[in-house]
Structure formats: structure tokens, C-alpha cells
Ligand binder design. Sequence first.
Ligand code: GLY
Length: 426
Amino acid sequence: MRVLVIGSGAREHALVLALRRDPGVSAVVAAPGNPGMAQQAQLRAVDPCSAEAVVALATEVAADLVVIGPEVPLVLGIADAVRAAGIACFGPSAAAARIEGSKAFAKDVMAAAGVRTAHSEVVDHPGELDAALDRFGPTWVVKDDGLAAGKGVVVTTDRLAARDHGAELLEQGHPVLLESFLDGPEVSLFCLVDGETVVPLLPAQDHKRVGNGDTGPNTGGMGAYTPLPWLPPETVTEVVDGVVKPVAAEMVRRGVPFSGLLYAGLAIGPAGPAVVEFNCRFGDPETQAVLALLDSPLGALLHATATGALAQAEAPRWQDGAAVTVVLAAENYPGRPRTGDVITGTEGAEPNTEVLHAGTSLRADGALLSGGGRVLNVVATGADLAAARDRAYARIAAIKLPGSHYRTDIALAAVEGRISIPAAHV
Ligand code: GLY
């Protein structure tokens, strides 16, 4: 099977690596890809948001399967165009991708499916902001009502900070979504979904704030780990049966069946799991850790999902142990990042670690340059989370990029047994 992966970040780099481990995959083409993937994939230029360009490339490279990584092309209907050209595509239709692209659609589907989620209101006029804030908080959850790659979210007990963020979004012409705060540790559960068939992958946890101890502004994600030792084992089944399957069935009922990866972002509170958000694609950086433990052929699973055959596919198998991803970010990220600096120290082949590229480019002389906010990910596996953490941090310490920063506490609270589910109040 020949696979075309659309996207250029560390999530797509992890997809490429896992596809190359699948003996049924004969070639991987990544477009636009990144310099880190050049060993494992043929790199081709493409505008991921141009249906014409993606279909032309998929046809030219004789792809048997196209895998679309990021949400924006999915929301724009690129998967529909690939399927219309007769090529199997892993990723939902534009209509189904509204589960991420339209918060109002997602809330409506969840209400119809009887799924617990935060109460929310959309504010689209500055004159309505104060009264709306009075109906929420503390804690306030203030989101950009569009696609903002995680960075449009402020969660704060400071009403002024909540108001400032809401006012800034409105000034930029973005409607604001206010949500009630969901208590409890967060879980990302990725599920392969093909109509009403739902197959969960390993649960993972992201670290969204820029600083150690969950301080500072939200980012696209500074690190992740899997599995979650603090999560009761029955919770995954509870989420699949009580959240993902009802949502998948409701989408089928509405005539917009979901095909691809449905990402349930959950808070595990005193009354059980509640949905923070749904995304229509693999999460970043959790995918990098989850796929590091996958012991089944990824191409076969994605192809089965894309062709309506997931119910007949063999269930995913997982390596024992744990995986940790640590993100190396450029100076000033999540603000406007410093770019164009030379990166050294990515070479080396320490066992059980990988350096994945997220925002890099190559200079004419072959030097590797930083080219985005999140620059590299180090992924490590180990017998347990502590061992995986030690390996990831040993590897990232050898990488040099002026002004760069990374969190030093990825998965630490889990290793130290400091994560617990809040008890129900009686
Ligand atoms: N891990 C956050 C995201 O992928 O949106």
C-alpha cells in the first residue's frame, strides 16, 4: 500500500514513522512534510488546503490511502475531494469535521446524544460580554469560537484576565465562547471511528500550559504521556460506551457519519467523564506518545477505517510500558516565536527515543533551522513512565537551539502519584 500523509508537524512525523513500521506499507509520501521525515518518506510540496492540488498529488503518486493530519484541510472538505476522486482517505468529510470546526454543532450533537459537557454561551458583541461573564465563573473558560489550535483558550480565576481575553477576541472579529469550568484531570481519548464502529486507542494526557506546574498561557501542547496510571481501567470503556458511541450514532442519524479519528478531550470529574471538546483528527502532541507504543500495523487500521471495514479489523495491540513526548519550543512561544536559528544535537540514535520535527527547515548548506513555535519533539519509551521520562529528558538536553525552552515536568505528577479524580460532594 502506498500512503500519502498530508501535513508538516510532529504529529505527521509520528504518523510517517508508524506507517513505515507497517510491513503492508510499501511507500510513504509526505506533503509538505518536514526535513525530519526525509529518511522515511518522499517529500513533496503541496498546499494542504487546495483540494485540486492534494487530489492531483495523490493521483500522481498512485496513493492507495491519503491520511490528512491537520483540522483545517478537513474542515475545508479536502477528504471529500480525495474520496470523490476514488482514493481512500483517512479523515472525516467537511460536514462531519464540524464536530471540531463549529462549537455550536458539537454542542448540539452532544445534547442530542445525551453526553455530559460544559454549559456554554457564545458572545458576539462587546456590549454583551460583562453580563455573560457574570453568568459564569469563577473559574472562567474563555475560548475563541473558531479553530485556534488550542491557543485561543484562557482558563482563569481572574475576572479581569477573562474579560481582557474576551474583549481582545471580539476586537479581532472572533466570537467568544464562554464555558462552565469542568473540574478534574484531563484525558485525551483518540478513537478510530467508522460510522457507528468505535475503536479506542490508548488514553493520553496533554500539558497545555507553557510553564512547569501548569503555569503561564495555553499553547498547542508542550508534552504528553501514555498510559495514565491514575485513570481507572474501566474509564475507557465508560467513555467509549457513554460518550463516543452515542455521538457517532447521532452523526449517522443526522446523515453526517464520521470516518477518521474522533478525539474526545475529557475532564474526569466527581460525576464521571465530561467532554471538554471534540476534535476531528489526531491530537498533537499526544499522538507522538500513543503511536510510539502501537504494536499493530497502522496502515491497515487507517485503511480499514477509511474504507468502512473497521468492524472487521484486528483490534490494536500495544507494547507494555509507557511513552513520553517533550516539546522543544522556540524563544517567546506561545507568543510570536523567534525563528531561523541553527539547531544542533538532534543526531544520535539512543535506543527507545526519537526526535520528531515540528517546525524546522533546512538551509542551503544543510544546517537545520528553527521555523515555528514548537520546533522539535523528543519521544521516548520505557518500562514505565519514570524510565520513559528519564530517556526523553536525557535526549532533549543534548539539543541546542538558542533561546529555546521546554517543560521539565512532563508526566511528573503522574510518576509521583499526584493526580487524582475529585471526590463527589455529598
Ligand atoms: N492536544 C491538543 C490538540 O491536539 O488540540
